[in-house]
Design a protein around this ligand. Structure first.
Ligand SMILES: [Ca+2]
Ligand SMILES: [Cu+2]
Length: 189
């Protein structure tokens, strides 16, 4: 049996979707100056990195407060840089920090939690911005279940039958919704 060209396109689409998730991660620069961090109150998303760059003449540190759920300490430095990566495992924040040498040097990193990937009703399996449910979502689910097994961008959106887990039952419900009975899909959970 020969492979159809559309299979190749499915794979290409899947790779781009995976890459799109990675491009979203951002680096946030904070200057360490005499005697302030700048800018203050940086907002980050899980997956982002924060990089402090020493630009002043005196020694300073970036040191997490005891109350911060994320712990880091650059040590005292006068030049160079120090970075941390914010992950989902770090929790919702905020993460206050200070300079270990200068009482007045304080700042806080805030974590903006992204909205849930599933909005309203399930079915936007390809995570298109318009939240459409169409044959592209069916292709994406088939690809995940039988072809490339590339992880989905939003498991909750693929749970169209409302029963936990994404499996062939979801495929049946989606096909039914798109082509047969047009019965509504399950709401997001
Ligand atoms: Ca869609
Ligand atoms: Cu300092």
């Amino acid at each position: 049996m020969s492979r159809s060209p559309s299979l190749g396109w499915l794979l290409v689409a899947a790779v781009f979707l995976t890459m799109a998730g990675r491009i979203d991660a951002a680096n946030h620069r904070i200057d360490v100056d005499d005697f302030t961090f700048s800018p203050l109150k940086t907002h980050v998303a899980p997956g982002d990195s924060v990089i402090w760059i020493w630009i002043g003449a005196f020694s300073h540190s970036s040191t997490s407060d005891p109350s911060s759920a994320k712990v880091w300490n650059s040590g005292l430095k006068t030049t160079g840089r120090f970075g941390i990566k914010i992950t989902a495992a770090d929790g919702p924040g905020p993460f206050p920090y200070h300079c270990s040498l200068h009482v007045g040097m304080k700042d806080t990193i805030y974590v903006d939690t992204p909205p849930p990937c599933c909005q309203g009703t399930t079915g936007n399996i390809d995570c298109d911005p318009a939240n459409n449910v169409d044959i592209s979502d069916l292709s994406r689910l088939i690809d995940n279940l039988f072809i490339s097994f590339v992880p989905l961008c939003c498991d909750a959106a693929a749970n169209v039958d409302g029963v936990t887990g994404v499996d062939i039952s979801d495929l049946s419900v989606l096909i039914d919704n798109l082509f047969i009975s047009f019965k509504p899909l399950a709401p997001c959970q």
